[in-house]
Design a protein around this ligand. Structure first.
Ligand SMILES: [Zn+2]
Length: 296
């Protein structure tokens, strides 16, 4: 992620700031969208996914979970914190807290992810998730250690934990959805596309795409600056010498990209620099400057 020098033919002629074609997977590898799914899930798994995130109406009682109430301690505490943190936004006083608590309760009641049952929780434990419950930081070994005997958090504990900032990620959603489908005896994967969410335009297309490798631009005697923030594109003219490129890089007319010529020369000798580098001596400087000023 930064700038690099490439040696290309003097007459190399690829538009500036346009990603080199050899770096991009060709359009012919684009597959058709699967007509029967959006993300590779079976209809039931998609339905569960929508319930998980509350994209369709969800009823907490369907999982045997108690709906959150404005006076549930975890909800109430969070509402008080929100009010205290942003009184300008929420207003203040009991009325504001009560209103915020109701909003939070409604919000957390709208998705399955805050209303797991014990089978859902066990599926996550079996998959090695929920480390906030199953692991503890050890000062002795300086890493997370599994609690022994293994922790067995209840669904209520996990659901309260899910109200916190971090909570469940997409991997947890996937694990719980798959386990639920397995318990119901239904497939979790779209049968039409086998979970790819796309279909090959012709047989062997996917294998071809996997076998595809990117090709570098041609090599030659010229010197050119490339950015590597995208897949990679040239950002300077091609110069016949390293000095020519260094001069171009240090041209004050080029505004914020200006670096002293000896710095540019050192960078070119190194061949590469990250976009930005921070150090205690220099603070945040452009990577080119850093590369050119550091001692090897
Ligand atoms: Zn599909």
């Amino acid at each position: 992620m930064g700038r690099e020098v490439r040696r290309v033919p003097i007459d190399f002629d690829w538009p500036l700031n346009k990603v080199w074609q050899g770096f991009l997977s060709p359009d012919r590898f684009d597959e058709d969208k699967c007509p029967d799914c959006t993300s590779g899930y079976s209809p039931r798994a998609q339905n569960l996914y929508d319930l998980w995130y509350g994209k369709i109406p969800f009823d907490p009682t369907t999982t045997g979970s108690k709906p959150w109430q404005p006076d549930t301690p975890a909800i109430r505490a969070r509402a008080e914190r929100n009010i205290a943190d942003a009184p300008d936004f929420y207003g203040s006083g009991e009325h504001a807290i009560a209103r915020e608590a109701q909003r939070l309760a409604d919000h957390f009641n709208s998705g399955w992810l805050h209303h797991l049952n014990q089978e859902d929780v066990n599926a996550l434990l079996d998959a090695g998730r929920l480390r906030d419950f199953t692991h503890r930081w050890s000062e002795e070994t300086r890493k997370l250690e599994k609690i022994d005997p293994p922790a067995k958090p209840s669904a209520a504990e996990v659901n309260e934990w899910s109200l916190s900032g971090l909570g469940h990620d997409g991997i947890n959603a996937h694990i719980v959805i798959r386990a639920r489908c397995a318990r119901e005896g239904v497939d979790d994967t779209c049968a039409t596309c086998d979970g790819h969410s796309t279909l090959e335009k012709y047989e062997g297309q996917r294998a071809e795409a996997e076998a595809w490798e990117q090709t570098d631009p041609p090599k030659g005697d010229g010197w050119q600056l490339w950015e590597t923030v995208s897949e990679g594109s040239p950002v300077s003219p091609v110069f016949a010498s390293a000095d020519g490129l260094a001069e171009w890089m240090s041209d004050p007319e080029r505004g914020d990209r200006w670096v002293p010529q000896e710095v540019a020369a050192k960078f070119i000798a190194d061949g590469w620099a990250p976009s930005f580098v921070g150090s205690s001596q220099t603070g945040l400087v452009s990577g080119v400057e850093w590369s050119g000023t550091r001692e090897d």
